[in-house]
Ligand binder design. Structure first.
Ligand SMILES: *[C@@H]1O[C@H](CO)[C@@H](O)[C@H](O)[C@H]1NC(C)=O
Ligand SMILES: *[C@@H]1O[C@H](CO)[C@@H](O)[C@H](O)[C@H]1NC(C)=O
Ligand SMILES: *[C@@H]1O[C@H](CO)[C@@H](O)[C@H](O)[C@H]1NC(C)=O
Ligand SMILES: *[C@@H]1O[C@H](CO)[C@@H](O)[C@H](O)[C@H]1NC(C)=O
Ligand SMILES: *[C@@H]1O[C@H](CO)[C@@H](O)[C@H](O)[C@H]1NC(C)=O
Ligand SMILES: *[C@@H]1O[C@H](CO)[C@@H](O)[C@H](O)[C@H]1NC(C)=O
Length: 446
């Protein structure tokens, strides 16, 4: 039986993310969301401590309740060590903590270290906690690749249902959070390194390698947070059980897994309901060329809005990419020569919408996939609507399939039977002409 549907508005069309091969399948996946609910109980008598000066921190191990009453300026070259908090301790930061610039600090230093089991480290909602790393004293456009020595900001080593919440960090000299944790949630974190967006005389941002969250561990969630930086918003390095929900990422390199090197295993990642704006990439998975013994599997990116994915500076960075999966990294840089055996499997990318922008610094890709032959498998893409469409997918078979929804376009959709459609006419977005060609045959609709 034949019928005809005439439409002048949104039509869902089966095409591929990579611009070839219309016939493919989609599948439904079950998502696992890990949440932690119980608080570790402590049998010690609560010891309340109020820290108003840097020297007060020396007694921290004996305190179960700590109020850090800012403003506190840490002596230049000193670090805050809360690495061995009492089990179940609560630390509340009220007001500012400033870490002045110091040329005595190096890349192996962290301005603050927080560690322990069942920890709550929180900002005082009535007197917002702002941790200021005085980045301007360090920013030289070279990040951790050279130039002046720069301390990292925040080492987090928590376990057993720990929560870090309602903290604002500004002016990170270089990488912000280095997280090596289990059963830990970071909620309502603001990282504002926007002051480092200023351009050097060679046209690159003064702040560099300011990764917001470098994460390893088990069951780590980052939620309801806001980042403006100049490198990865998220970079998952190794471990399992990562949730990244409700976050906004501005100015940086997008929501990443990697680079994954030899022996690093990342599994069970759910990135959902996030916005990536004015950034070099939207979502990205990168593995090291020549590496082996690791893997990336069971990853879902879902409901992501991309706004202006763009290469905005005169840097040696690769072109802007909305969706990027690549296996060619070497010493932190892409080589366009993928190799090694770090398989990426069971990757689901669903409902990714928005724009990429080309300019004099480069032509942007909506989707770029560069796999080592045989090392990428079970990719399921759906609901990808990133414009303008410009894709390049290498060594991925079958090509991931998407349904695209077009708005405000005209066309005649003919139903061949309940499952198959062809287009009789199309007057829609001409950027998608390659897609129209794919619809001339009997593309499957399911
Ligand atoms: C706290 O830090 C913010 C940002 O650095 C600054 O604007 C504000 O004046 C500081 N407040 C106090 C009380 O020092
Ligand atoms: C980038 O900066 C370098 C060094 O100043 C300059 O030689 C080059 O022309 C610039 N390129 C662009 C595209 O601006
Ligand atoms: C995401 O935000 C919504 C709306 O504010 C909220 O209901 C939901 O709980 C948030 N998700 C998480 C994991 O906090
Ligand atoms: C998605 O995250 C934003 C914050 O970025 C929040 O305002 C919104 O309510 C969230 N939506 C859902 C459905 O959780
Ligand atoms: C694929 O990954 C999802 C998300 O982590 C998981 O729920 C599902 O079980 C995985 N599928 C297989 C076949 O491992
Ligand atoms: C696609 O990318 C591959 C790998 O970088 C490159 O060799 C090829 O020339 C590219 N194709 C197009 C059409 O850009």
């Amino acid at each position: 039986m034949r019928s005809e549907i005439i439409t002048n508005f949104a039509i869902a069309i089966l095409v591929t993310a990579c611009g070839t091969n219309a016939a493919s399948t989609t599948s439904t996946k079950t998502k696992t969301t890990k949440t932690t609910t119980t608080k570790v109980s402590t049998t010690t008598t609560p010891t309340n401590c109020i820290f108003t000066t840097y020297s007060d921190f020396s007694s921290y191990k004996t305190c179960s309740n700590i109020l850090i009453q800012g403003p506190i300026t840490v002596p230049a070259g000193s670090l805050i060590d809360l690495s061995k908090l009492a089990t179940g301790a609560t630390v509340t930061v009220s007001g500012n903590i400033t870490f002045p610039h110091s040329s005595a600090l190096t890349h192996s230093d962290f301005l603050i270290t927080v560690g322990g089991a069942g920890i709550t480290f929180q900002g005082d909602s009535s007197n917002p906690a702002i941790l200021d790393g005085s980045g301007a004293g360090y920013w030289d456009g070279q990040g951790s690749n050279g130039g002046v020595a720069k301390p990292k900001f925040f080492s987090l080593k928590t376990t057993a249902t720990s929560v870090i919440k309602n903290i604002k960090i500004v002016n990170a000299p270089v990488q912000c959070f280095s997280i090596s944790a289990s059963d830990t949630t970071l909620d309502s974190i603001t990282i504002d390194d926007s002051a480092g967006d200023a351009l050097t005389s060679t046209g690159i941002t003064y702040a560099h390698n300011t990764d917001a969250f470098d994460v390893s561990g088990t069951n780590v969630a980052i939620i309801n947070s806001w980042v403006h930086n100049q490198d990865d918003c998220l970079a998952i390095k190794t471990g399992t059980g990562f949730n990244f929900f409700n976050n906004t990422c501005i100015g940086g390199h997008g929501i990443s897994i990697g680079s994954i090197g030899s022996g690093d295993i990342v599994s069970t990642v759910l990135v959902k309901n996030c916005t990536v704006e004015n950034s070099l990439n939207g979502i990205r998975i990168k593995t090291d060329a020549g590496a082996s013994g690791g893997s990336v599997k069971n990853v879902i990116y879902e409901d992501i809005i991309l706004k202006n994915i763009v290469k905005a500076t005169n840097s040696t960075d690769p072109p802007a990419m909305g969706i990027c999966v690549r296996q060619d990294y070497n010493n932190g840089n892409p080589t366009l020569d993928p190799s090694g055996t770090i398989p990426i499997s069971n990757l689901t990318v669903t409902n990714i919408v928005g724009t990429v922008t080309s300019n004099s610094f480069g032509t942007a890709y909506s989707t770029f996939i560069l796999c080592t032959p045989g090392e990428c498998s079970d990719f399921t893409f759906s609901g990808i609507n990133i414009t303008p469409v410009h894709t390049n997918c290498t060594n991925i078979s079958p090509l991931p399939t998407v349904y695209r929804a077009y708005g405000a376009a005209g066309g005649v959709l003919r139903e061949v039977d309940s499952k198959y459609y062809t287009f009789a006419a199309w007057s829609g977005d001409l950027n998608n002409l390659e897609m129209i060609g794919r619809m001339d045959g009997n593309a499957k609709w399911d």
